[in-house]
Ligand binder design. Structure first.
Ligand code: ATP
Ligand code: MG
Length: 396
């Protein structure tokens, strides 16, 4: 048993010696068998949440109604969930009620895909009731039991299927694919926040082109805000195949550059997607950088006031997506700027009032702008005394 799982063994043993069954379950086993980095370790048990809490004083409720208690042990959090089966699903997303059960097999049955339905005993024995190991070998995403039922119960699984296809670079098993296609309209029950996060995870995966193909072929795009019919295929260019998108801001910027989303409506579209303002601002910065570059603006106006990482992403787009050969290196321009924003000036409006005889108002604002541009053009030194003298001499 690998180190990360071993660290949880004292928790497992405590449950076992109190007479409970306990297993590692879910994504961590999938990642273990794929030799991928392991995120959080999920544990399942037939102990009821109250019993888990009694055994572990250092624990807190995370989703008690779903049977999950988080136990803190040696500074790590472990989610311990009582074996359950999900009652009827009413809104195609949330089970109406969950029922605690005594049997691991019942618990694994409610999980989405065979590769996510594996379990491992504390002794290291792998339990595989639904063919997960075979599907891992064959690189296949396949629903547990009947895929039509699975998607009908919880439509988020439609997007999870696409996401795992990309993240693991697997294929969708045919019957699962047919069911997904048939049930796609149930995505209208899924919140934009969930679609957003699954979509970004999908785009960050190695097989993102497969994910896009799926979104296109099964018309999932109809449930993604503001996609221009199936313009999403514009990103399926052979030359982009090797590109990996690690970063959400870059993903959005590329989608606007390719006009997969309407290019001049960044704020409106991204607000619909419930994207954070910080991300929206960064996307706008990158897009305006690319626009300026293509208009031939190469002096300080191109890079002044931007974040360095946004310039890097802009360069990525110009070279890798627009296939331009750059005539200068905007990052070098940026690094050579005397100041990167007005805050870097060693003078303030107050200084001009107190030391150079200015009064608050338009005139003062104009002088600060003038000083800023003089400094940027290296006609004036960013030195307090020098700038005060300049302001006095030019105070007309
Ligand atoms: P990752 O954390 O890397 O995104 P994961 O497989 O751990 O992947 P989680 O969302 O953390 O995914 O869920 C943990 C486990 O719970 C899954 O492996 C799966 O067994 C089960 N699960 C999660 N969401 C669903 C769902 N919508 N339907 C059925 N089972 C699910
Ligand atoms: Mg997880």
């Amino acid at each position: 048993i690998p180190e990360k799982f071993q660290r949880a063994l004292p928790i497992m043993n405590k449950l076992q010696s109190s007479g409970f069954e306990v297993y590692f379950v879910g994504g961590s086993l999938r990642d273990l068998l794929l030799n991928k980095p392991i995120n959080d370790i999920d544990i399942a048990t037939n102990a009821l949440p109250e019993e888990v809490k009694k055994l572990f004083p250092h624990s807190f409720d995370t989703g008690i109604q779903h049977g999950t208690v988080t136990v803190v042990y040696k500074r790590e959090n472990y989610e311990i969930t009582t074996f359950r089966n999900d009652g009827d699903y009413l809104d195609h997303r949330h089970p109406e009620n969950v029922k605690f059960v005594n049997d691991l097999r019942e618990d694994l049955k409610r999980r989405d895909f065979s590769i996510n339905a594996l379990a491992m005993s504390p002794e290291g024995e792998i339990i595989d009731y639904y063919g997960g190991i075979e599907d891992l070998k064959n690189k296949i995403i396949k629903c547990v039991l009947n895929p039509y039922d699975r998607f009908e119960e919880d439509a988020l699984r439609i997007f999870r299927a696409v996401r795992f296809t990309s993240q693991l670079n697997f294929s969708l098993e045919n019957n699962t694919y047919l069911a997904l296609k048939e049930k796609v309209s149930l995505l209208s029950n899924i919140s934009i926040e969930r679609i957003h996060s699954e979509f970004i995870k999908m785009m960050q995966g190695e097989g993102w082109q497969k994910g896009i193909e799926l979104i296109k072929d099964s018309k999932i795009y109809e449930y993604m805000p503001d996609l221009q019919s199936n313009s999403i295929e514009k990103i399926l260019n052979y030359e982009y195949k090797k590109i990996r998108f690690s970063d959400e801001v870059l993903i959005w910027a590329v989608l606007f550059i390719l006009e997969i989303f309407p290019a001049n409506q960044v704020n409106r579209v991204l607000n619909k997607w419930k994207t954070s303002n910080e991300i929206i601002n960064n996307v706008n910065e990158i897009l305006s950088f690319c626009q300026k570059y293509q208009k031939g603006i190469l002096d300080y106006h191109l890079v002044y006031g931007l974040k360095r990482e946004n310039i890097e992403k802009g360069i990525f787009i110009l070279t890798k997506i627009n296939n331009l050969k750059l005539v200068n290196n905007p990052l070098r321009e940026y690094d050579l700027l005397p100041i990167n924003s007005i805050k870097d000036l060693k003078i303030t409006g107050n200084d001009l009032i107190n030391e150079a005889g200015f009064k608050p108002g338009v005139h003062l604002g104009k002088m600060i702008k003038l000083i800023e541009s003089q400094v940027l053009q290296e006609k004036l030194e960013n030195d307090h005394r020098v700038m005060i003298n300049f302001a006095r001499e030019n105070n007309v």
